[in-house]
Design a protein around this ligand. Structure first.
Ligand SMILES: C[S@@+](CC[C@H](N)C(=O)[O-])C[C@H]1O[C@@H](n2cnc3c(N)ncnc32)[C@H](O)[C@@H]1O
Length: 206
């Protein structure tokens, strides 16, 4: 059963800002500087779509964006965002069910993989991986555990909350770094946020 973020669409951004302040935004905005002009971008799991507004601030034109989001209510909010003179194609489906050409210069997965068990994560990862051009960039951010006592507790409560509200299947973080390494990616830049609990990474293929 895929996650159902419909139930949280109306409060998701407010809640995340209440808990994390601007950290989730900063983590994603950090990644956007790596988008080359005029590139073809795939965003998976963009939530309410505020990332589109931030992209327009940096690239008011020239981008081709494919925006895949499974939750219809998240998608409805996303469609109200600014696109500037960029071209945006919205696809309201689970990424697993979407067939695309291997044509993307940049892929962005912001806080997507923490929804999945290790097994689903690998399938979803490999599926998305097939859409990136050789030499392309994969911009990923998510939570990580760095041994601080509060991180485990906060992560556990998030899994519990989103399992109750959005039916997510995960109860642990998948091994994202290992999967990137196995598929031949190299991390070329990274930054942590919120006491290292959040990591933004820029991976390059090849
Ligand atoms: C944790 S939220 C993050 C939202 C946004 N990236 C942010 O940081 O505010 C995960 C998002 O991924 C979407 N999602 C989950 N599974 C998905 C899938 N299989 N395909 C496409 N979108 C998915 C959810 O609907 C939700 O909007």
């Amino acid at each position: 059963m895929p996650a159902n973020y419909n139930n949280s669409a109306w409060f998701y951004d407010r809640l995340s800002r209440l808990v994390y302040g601007k950290a989730l935004i900063k983590a994603q905005v950090y990644l956007l500087r790596f988008i080359p002009p005029n590139s073809n971008i795939l965003i998976v799991g963009g939530g309410t779509g505020w990332i589109l507004d931030e992209i327009v601030n940096i690239h008011p034109s020239g981008l081709q964006i494919t925006y895949v989001e499974i939750a219809p209510k998240m998608m409805a909010l996303s469609k109200k965002r600014k696109a500037g003179n960029n071209r945006v194609i919205f696809i309201n489906e689970a990424i697993e069910d979407v067939r695309l050409l291997p044509d993307f210069d940049v892929i962005i997965t912001p806080f997507l993989f923490d929804n999945f068990t290790e097994q689903t994560f690998k399938q979803v990862f490999n599926h998305i991986h097939s859409f990136l051009k050789p030499g392309g960039l994969w911009l990923n951010c998510d939570f990580q555990l760095k041994g601080k006592w509060w991180q485990k507790g906060l992560l556990k409560s998030m899994f519990l909350f989103f399992r109750m509200i959005c039916d997510i299947e995960a109860s642990a973080l998948p091994d994202v770094n290992n999967q990137f390494n196995q598929c031949g990616y190299k991390a070329i830049a990274s930054q942590t946020f919120f006491g290292e609990f959040i990591i933004s990474q820029v991976y390059k293929q090849g």
